[in-house]
Design a binder for this molecule. Structure first.
Ligand code: UDP
Length: 323
């Protein structure tokens, strides 16, 4: 198939593009390079530099490439930032996303795989979080993704656009080629590994008084390659569906730091800080639906395997994608 990967120079998009190319698909990457990196564009892919704020540019890209499907990763994705600047989240993730959808409809692209998030749920009534739980986000990031999911349901009903939405829990790890390099980096695992590399003096631990066994937040870390494989399976889906995607296991912030110490063998100092606004205490996925319906399985179930892959990448590319 020919796939247009919007946001394909970013962390998740670059690795999905890599796997699509490995499987023999044709890939065109559309990215404005604000969060993404030119060096994260797979050499086998075609590249169009463009911004979703520019409707003409997107429509021109679709008319030129005529993809069979679009994977949409281009979004602002930081909980903390969304609590300070909600407008950025509603503008980028909803308004600019609408430009993309309208261009899809105008040019007759029949399907979209959408990068959604567990942040649509907020603190859940029960765990693990399955698709029957009512969404109720507690930060503008989750709200923007939930709003877009609702828009996608209407575009399916009215325009027949087929959508598979994947609500990622905590994407982590790396492939041999591509990894995580956000500027600034706010995510836990890369930040801990930067301390191991000696690039940061300590890791800040946000919140030690949560109602969890060790007082720190619990997240379901899913290996980026497992996550990318779910996108490829989603291409085969003929109906519109919304799936949660995680491993079903949870690790606390302290457990992640301990695992990083063990894998890297390096000293990692912690400075305890207050809670970060917008962080739910525990998020753990049920991925039963995607297992049942698309046959997805997690190959890298353990936190250790995830951190090892991330550590290999960070050791090989200590400056990430910097020149
Ligand atoms: N976290 C932390 N220190 C950091 C980065 C993150 O203590 O430098 C915590 C954060 O508060 C959350 C968990 O680690 O409880 C995972 O955060 P991350 O930003 O990696 O992912 P999120 O769950 O926000 O998508």
């Amino acid at each position: 198939m020919k796939i247009l990967v919007v946001g394909g120079a970013g962390y998740i998009g670059s690795i999905c593009a890599e796997l699509l190319l490995d499987e023999g698909h044709e890939v065109v990457i559309f990215d404005n390079l604000t969060e993404g990196h030119r060096r994260a564009v797979d050499a086998r892919a075609a590249f169009i530099e463009g911004d979703l704020a520019n409707r003409q540019k997107i429509e021109a890209a679709f008319s030129k490439t005529r993809p069979d499907a679009v994977m949409h990763f281009a979004a602002s994705a930081l909980v903390g930032e969304s609590m300070r600047d909600p407008s950025k989240y509603f503008r980028n993730n909803i308004a600019n996303g609408l430009n993309l959808l309208d261009a899809l409809v105008a040019t007759g692209v029949p399907r979209i795989i959408f990068s959604s998030t567990c942040a649509i749920f907020g603190p859940p009534e029960r765990l693990p979080i399955d698709e029957t739980l009512p969404p109720s986000p507690i930060n503008p990031y989750g709200e923007s993704k939930l709003a877009f999911e609702k828009i996608l349901r209407w575009y399916d009903q009215i325009h027949g656009l087929k959508v598979v939405s994947l609500r990622y829990f905590n994407a982590a790890g790396a492939s041999a080629k591509f990894g995580e390099d956000h500027r600034p980096e706010t995510h836990l695992i890369p930040n801990v590994l930067k301390v191991a590399l000696g690039q940061k003096r300590h890791v800040e631990l946000f919140g030690t008084d949560y109602e969890t066994p060790d007082g720190t937040c619990i997240r379901d870390y899913i290996h980026i390659v497992d996550l990318a494989r779910a996108h490829i399976l989603a291409l085969k889906s003929t109906k519109s569906e919304f799936y949660n995607l995680g491993t079903g296991g949870g690790s606390s912030v302290r457990e992640v730091i301990a695992a990083c110490r063990e894998i890297t063998g390096r000293k990692i100092d912690i400075v305890e800080k207050p809670r970060r606004p917008g962080d739910p205490p525990r998020l753990i996925a049920s991925s039963e639906k995607i297992k049942r319906e698309l046959g997805w399985r997690s190959k890298f179930q353990s936190l250790g395997a995830i951190i090892e892959s991330a550590w290999k990448w960070h050791e090989k590319f200590p400056d990430g994608y910097a020149d």
